[in-house]
Design a protein around this ligand. Structure first.
Ligand SMILES: NC(=O)c1ccc[n+]([C@@H]2O[C@H](COP(=O)([O-])OP(=O)(O)OC[C@H]3O[C@@H](n4cnc5c(N)ncnc54)[C@H](OP(=O)(O)O)[C@@H]3O)[C@@H](O)[C@H]2O)c1
Length: 442
């Protein structure tokens, strides 16, 4: 706590949205006024807040600040900074673009907006000399974008891999620790407020894909949009998948993975991954987020913390607000991320990784060799082949079944998909081939 100096200039801030995150940001700006003044060299004054319903009771916030006219707010001439905490894409894009084109700096937590229109909005900010900061858009409170764009900018990042969606991490963690099936774990997540009534964006991986696009763009100095990210969610995973993975000494996580390929392209993907128990990301439990970065010089780094929630996310927004306020006071703009490498996004089919496959076959001599030949014909080298369980055959089928588990060496995605398609057509195979990608073995 410090004493504010009245002669400091005033930076006028408008806010869009005052919900889970916005209400916390409004609280901190008000409560920390003197400290913010000391840290920025300016009085940071919240002058207006646009909301959907201005008549709602919002304790602790001056009712005179509220307006329902968001378009009018961003068009005001007397604002230095807009904090965007409404969410959504198209209408918010309009609001943010208007603010930036008028030279008003913007702080936002909106990953979907950045993943869809980040390049365009960055371009407008560059033209007008405004700042566009969005630390809270990826992994809530965890400082990860600033390390990528500042601390590690002199290094060469080769991979960013992270748990960037707390809801799915909670669901998979529950399935692993309690044996719950997917629907029960999802219901628990909804009961605790970790998952929304419509959980699609989380469980189908779309939220993580937007974050993966932002991470890849910053890490590899290129431009990746959300629709270029390969995306597979967790809703198809079963308690049997988790049990098999656990027995193997691995753990199942939904990861966002962005890495440089040997061809200097960028592979960006979101999908369930099995990690060995020894990997640092494997011990990230509950709704926590964590991001693992590998760079040529620094080596391996890990960032972990709360990936969502009003106050944690507001902490990241406030960090950006102070930075932007300092820039504003000094009359400069922070360095915008550059897309100078313009790297190609690698097609998923060409991506290489290790795979773990599990499937039921007739338990009779020769079947194992037939299954193995599906892989060998395509040059896929197998690390381990094991019989996991013996089962009774389905009704009307005399033959007992055996569950096989196969771990491959590094293999191209399209080749493994061909193997799966061929296996699936074999008469000795029963049910579905379960395919999981493996990371963290190097
Ligand atoms: N919640 C988190 O943990 C978290 C974490 C990281 C990032 N984020 C991001 O932060 C942003 C805000 O999330 P949130 O959870 O705080 O959302 P929220 O609780 O749903 O709040 C949204 C706010 O926007 C206002 N609003 C909606 N439509 C509007 C419109 N057309 N004009 C003016 N105001 C409008 C709402 O007004 P009313 O109050 O009148 O309804 C509400 O105050 C999103 O981009 C989200 O992805 C959230």
């Amino acid at each position: 706590m410090t004493t504010a100096t009245p002669e400091l200039p005033t930076l006028r801030v408008g806010m869009l949205g005052c919900g889970t995150v916005g209400s916390q940001v409004a609280r901190i700006i008000t409560q920390q006024h003197d400290d913010l003044a000391a840290r920025t060299g300016a009085h940071v004054e919240l002058v207006a807040i646009a909301v959907r319903d201005a008549s709602k009771d919002r304790p602790g916030i001056d009712p005179a600040l509220f307006t329902q006219d968001a378009a009018g707010l961003v068009a005001r001439d007397d604002l230095d900074i807009i904090i965007e905490l409404i969410g959504g894409v198209e209408s918010t894009r309009e609001l943010v673009a208007t603010a930036l084109s008028r030279g008003t700096s913007v702080v936002t937590a909106n990953k979907a907006l950045l993943a869809a229109h980040g390049a365009e909005l960055t371009g407008i900010a560059n033209q007008t000399g405004a700042d566009l900061y969005y630390e809270a858009a990826v992994a809530g409170a965890i400082p990860i974008l600033r390390p990528l764009r500042e601390s590690l900018v002199g290094d060469e990042i080769t991979m960013v891999m992270g748990i960037v969606n707390g809801t799915t991490n909670y669901i998979l963690d529950q399935m692993t620790t309690t044996g719950a099936d997917f629907d029960d774990a999802l219901a628990q997540a909804q009961g605790l407020g970790y998952a929304e009534a419509d959980p699609t964006a989380d469980i189908e991986g779309h939220d993580a894909a937007a974050k993966a696009a932002i991470l890849a763009s910053l890490a590899f100095h290129t431009r990746v949009s959300g629709d270029q990210v390969f995306c597979e969610g967790i809703s198809h995973l079963t308690a049997a998948d988790i049990e098999a993975v656990t027995r193997l000494g691995f753990v199942l996580k939904l990861l966002a993975v962005a890495q440089l390929t040997p061809e200097d392209q960028v592979s960006v993907r979101v999908h369930p991954v099995i990690l060995p128990n020894s990997h640092p990301l494997s011990s990230v439990h509950g709704a926590y987020n964590a991001i693992f970065v590998e760079s040529r010089e620094a080596g391996r780094l890990m960032f972990m913390g709360p990936g969502a929630g009003g106050a944690p996310t507001a902490s990241a927004v406030m960090g950006d607000l102070v930075t932007v306020a300092r820039n504003r006071k000094r009359g400069v703009a922070g360095h915008a991320p550059s897309g100078y490498t313009d790297r190609v996004v690698a097609p998923m089919g060409g991506t290489e990784c290790l795979f773990y496959l599990r499937f039921d076959v007739d338990d009779k001599p020769g079947v194992l060799a037939q299954a193995a030949s599906v892989f060998s014909r395509r040059g896929v080298s197998l690390q381990t082949v094991s019989q996991i369980a013996k089962l009774e055959g389905p009704a009307g089928h005399e033959q007992p079944l055996a569950t096989l588990g196969i771990m491959t060496h590094e293999t191209q995605e399209q080749v493994i998909q061909e193997c799966v398609a061929e296996l699936q057509a074999e008469p000795f195979l029963h049910g579905e081939v379960r395919l999981l990608r493996v990371e963290g073995m190097a």
